[in-house]
Design a protein. Structure first.
Length: 691
């Protein structure tokens, strides 16, 4: 965590350093920045021979970096609070003496921290001179996705080929009874991989009418399992809302009735889970099959009396080395000087393909030197002993790309390394949902505890109380570096949960993503009068905002918004036009828009939305619900040249006839119409060419 804490501090300093400012405070900040930059470089390319030395250095660096960042951020928070009064302080002479005194004390503490870091830097230099530190040259840049992931899948297929063939024969056998096919083995051996290879086999896919995949895991949540089944069966992210377990089970039964189905139930942990899951599926006496993966032998043995248990064994030493060799070198030969340490690394993978994939992905994308491989081997030994794990590293910012672009590249890289499992793909082939292997999750929890990360709400009673009420104090503006705020109240969640944000939210210029169940966003009246508010130029996501007026002036304060979700409950008195929906056209970067409209409980119907509803041309995905617009006005949507997904729900458009016009919806790939009075859809072969 030393590297992460330094990286965070370095980014903070980058934001507040001004090259032409020669004040004493800026001089101190530059000195701190120099020390941080040096130690970042040291951690980038150095490896102490003694792991105890590394642990001691990292602990001292981490504590100093955390303390420095706390001081800087608290100073900036105090400044924000001062500026939120009736006036702003323009010069140092206008700042109250109390605040100046606090600043002097904090900068004095910063000078002491600089001395600590300087002392650590001196130690590092001396250790290098005594050859107690190796200088490594690992690859720090993120490689582009390559065909190596294909080789990984090929290796997995070859290793499991015999078992795979047997399972496919079992699935396609003429036996008409419902058969459960259990796959058993410890975590990391490839049970899910084997099930996935079977599930995606073209012959198997064609043999069954419908297929579905659901993950159970240790904590069995029946409602989530049923929702996952419905999403998988329908091929869409079905929004089942708060439907009861009985209703969800009924929907599953309707889809599977009289069909030959294949269901994969991944990661079952006990007999009770197995029985609950099996009870969801009818025996249609037509050759339907269930694949079950589990690491518990009793579960596998009791799963079915009609099918043998397929047990996946650990790799032996030669198999581990062959797999690692193929991942790193492909058809090339391993250099003689790396062969001995390479076999040792493969042996320490303990026969688990998951660990071989993990280490193989690392070695493939790093320097192929004896020095670096020895470094990896030492880190592996430490990890196996449960003391350290210095292999994966941390993400570095890239000034040429947005944070989201960098994160997406690293996510895809982790998928290539088989560290991340993709659970669901979007219509366009992008990763939609993913998960990590249980073994890696356990390791992450261990490291979180070791680094004293704790998210238990019992340590935040004041926030806990506020969460029950979703009201945020003005002091939230003290979080001047906050980029993402997601409010998901968990067990308190209901459709009535509303977060009330203070006007000070308009001061948080670094916000990128705001997501809520429901959110009341105050109108920035003062901002339009030259107050201390700032444009939220970094804001990209704003989800589930209620009753907000989208004036042109407000939209200009969030010019880079990419995703917007809005909700409105019609009371029969407020004119729809007062919300200025036609101004959405000014959101030039908007790619995703979801609009939900519904009537108050005492109203049978809501008023129609105005025809002046307008959208920006960059829009790719649009969801409308409850608008009650005539199909004749669909041209405003059809003319969107980049639209790929259109979802129309709950009488979004009304009328018995919808006739498409030539040239509309040229790029539309997905169309969903749900709850409508539409009777006739007039369309020909020239329309919707990419649907």
């Amino acid at each position: 965590m030393a590297y992460a804490s330094l990286l965070s501090l370095n980014q903070t300093l980058d934001q507040i350093l001004h090259p032409h400012d020669q004040t004493e405070q800026q001089h101190i900040m530059r000195s701190l920045h120099e020390q941080v930059s040096f130690l970042l470089s040291f951690l980038d390319v150095s490896s102490p021979q003694n792991s105890d030395i590394l642990s001691s250095l990292e602990e001292r660096i981490r504590d100093a970096a955390y303390e420095a960042e706390d001081i800087i951020e608290s100073s900036m928070s105090n400044q924000i609070v001062s500026e939120s009064g009736s006036h702003e302080y323009r010069t140092e002479s206008q700042i109250p003496n109390q605040i100046l005194s606090e600043w002097d004390q904090k900068f004095e503490r910063l000078q002491k921290i600089i001395q600590k870091l300087n002392s650590i830097s001196d130690e590092v230099v001396k250790m290098r001179e005594r050859n107690e530190i190796q200088v490594l040259l690992p690859s720090n840049s993120l490689p582009a996705a390559s065909s190596k992931s294909h080789s990984i899948n090929k290796s997995a297929t070859v290793r499991l080929e015999k078992t795979l063939t047997s399972i496919k024969m079992r699935l396609a056998s003429p036996l008409s009874e419902l058969v459960v096919v259990p796959i058993f083995g410890m975590g990391g051996l490839g049970k899910t991989t084997l099930a996935k290879l079977t599930y995606n086999d073209s012959l198997i896919a064609n043999h069954f009418d419908v297929r579905a995949w659901v993950v159970v895991s240790q904590e069995y949540r029946e409602q989530e399992v049923l929702k996952g089944l419905l999403n998988s069966l329908r091929g869409l992210n079905h929004e089942s809302g708060e439907e009861s377990i009985e209703k969800l089970a009924e929907n599953v039964l309707k889809i599977l009735k009289d069909k030959r189905y294949l269901i994969v139930i991944d990661d079952v942990w006990d007999i009770e889970q197995l029985n609950k899951a099996k009870s969801l599926f009818p025996d249609n006496n037509n050759g339907s099959r269930i694949i079950l993966t589990t690491r518990i032998y009793e579960v596998a043995s009791l799963a079915s009396h009609l099918s043998p248990t397929y047990r996946i064994a650990n790799l032996n030493v030669d198999e581990s080395w062959n797999l690692l060799h193929e991942m790193v070198f492909g058809e090339e030969r391993c250099p003689p000087e790396l062969k001995k340490i390479g076999k040792m690394i493969s042996m320490w993978c303990r026969g688990l393909p998951l660990l071989v994939f993990l280490i193989g992905g690392l070695l493939y994308k790093s320097e192929r030197t004896l020095q670096y491989w020895n470094y990896v081997a030492r880190n592996m030994r430490s990890e196996i002993a449960g003391t350290d794990y210095g292999i994966l590293g941390f993400i570095k910012p890239d000034r040429s790309k947005s944070l989201e672009e960098v994160a997406d590249e690293y996510l895809k890289d982790l998928v290539d390394r088989n560290l991340i499992l993709v659970r669901e793909w979007s219509y366009s082939g992008e990763i939609k949902t993913c998960s990590i292997h249980d073994s890696l999750r356990e390791f992450c929890l261990m490291k979180a505890e070791e680094e004293k990360f704790n998210s238990d709400v019992e340590y935040l009673p004041e926030f806990h109380d506020n969460l029950r009420q979703h009201r945020f104090p003005a002091s939230i503006a003290k979080l001047c570096y906050l980029e993402t705020l997601i409010v998901n109240p968990g067990k308190f969640r209901s459709i009535f949960n509303t977060s009330f944000l203070p006007p000070e939210i308009w001061k948080m210029s670094r916000l990128r993503h705001l997501l809520f169940v429901r959110c009341y966003l105050p109108y920035p009246t003062d901002a339009l009068k030259g107050g201390s508010f700032v444009p939220l130029e970094n804001l990209q996501t704003l989800s589930n905002v209620i009753y907000f007026r989208w004036t042109k002036e407000v939209l200009e304060m969030m010019p880079n918004l990419k995703k917007l979700v809005i909700l409105y409950e019609h009371d029969g008195r407020t004119e729809w036009s007062s919300y200025c929906f036609d101004n959405f056209v000014h959101l030039h970067q908007l790619e995703v828009l979801k609009c939900f409209f519904f009537a108050k409980c005492y109203m049978k119907y809501q008023d129609h939305l105005p025809v002046s509803f307008a959208f920006p041309q960059k829009l790719k995905r649009l969801t409308l619900s409850g608008c009650r617009i005539s199909w004749k006005n669909m041209t405003v949507v059809g003319s969107l040249s980049n639209l790929e997904v259109l979802k129309l729900k709950l009488h979004a458009f009304e009328g018995p006839v919808w006739e498409l016009n030539d040239g509309e919806f040229r790029r539309l790939k997905l169309l969903l119409i749900h709850m409508t009075d539409l009777e006739y859809w007039k369309v020909n072969e020239t329309h919707l060419p990419t649907l």
